[in-house]
Design a protein around this ligand. Sequence first.
Ligand code: KMH
Ligand code: ZN
Length: 277
Amino acid sequence: IVTPTPPPDIILTAAIVGAEVTRAQTPYLPITPQEIADEAARCREAGAAVIHLHVRNDDGSSTQSAERFAAAIEAIRAKTDCIIQTTTGGAVGMSMEERAGPLACRPEMATLNCGTINFGDDVFINTRREIRDMAARIRKAGSIPELECYEVGHIEEALLLVKEGTLTGPLHFQFVLGVPGAIGAREEHVRFMRTLIPEEASWAVAAVGRHQQPMTELAMRLGGHARVGLEDNIYLSKGVLSEGSAPLVLRAAQYARSIGRTPAEPKMARKLLGIAG
Ligand code: KMH
Ligand code: ZN
């Protein structure tokens, strides 16, 4: 198969906090709104255009509190012009009502998790009714959804939402690879998944742990976008902790340039994602 030349602009997303990573695992995890904003600015400097945002309480526990998101968003806005993409996934076990908390901040972008998976030893539940409900909430908030697909069937589900009219374009898919219990981090999966989405849709890859670098580099070669950061992977190389997400973004940006792609500035990323601004 001949792969067409990828489009030059690549949107790099930095997933800088996450819900599951702890300070015990890495001391470089930002927790307070100011730490989060500082890290967001470092990632922007390194080449990120989008910040995928989770927030924490001061004790490090995950929260979907609108107030806590508002504080982090305000602090980020004071330092960078990045697109802020808030999570509606939250942490495993949270209710949908709770997970929708950050939408009160009317973020430019928000995630929409498109199906249920085993998530390590837990189950990350997104029933069909809940997905539709969250899609409607995202729309009401005026946010652009990023369609998180952890399995092939999640793509089909997202496309059904489009057919029903629950979702409208522009469509941006995220193929999440390597979550234990969901689709594996394999080149064949990425190649197959991208055949399922409409031509005009954009797509990105996020991959867990040691798969982050090879799978995001593959996505870049295939014309997709990429997400890196501590939410998915805390190591720069085997046994070497990344000192925040910025070094991971920098490495991704350098790789993108090495294959003739340009990390998009937030302004260009807004244009590519159909975000007014
Ligand atoms: N924390 C995971 C269970 C998202 O941000 O939308 C879900 C997650 C997805 O992080
Ligand atoms: Zn997340």
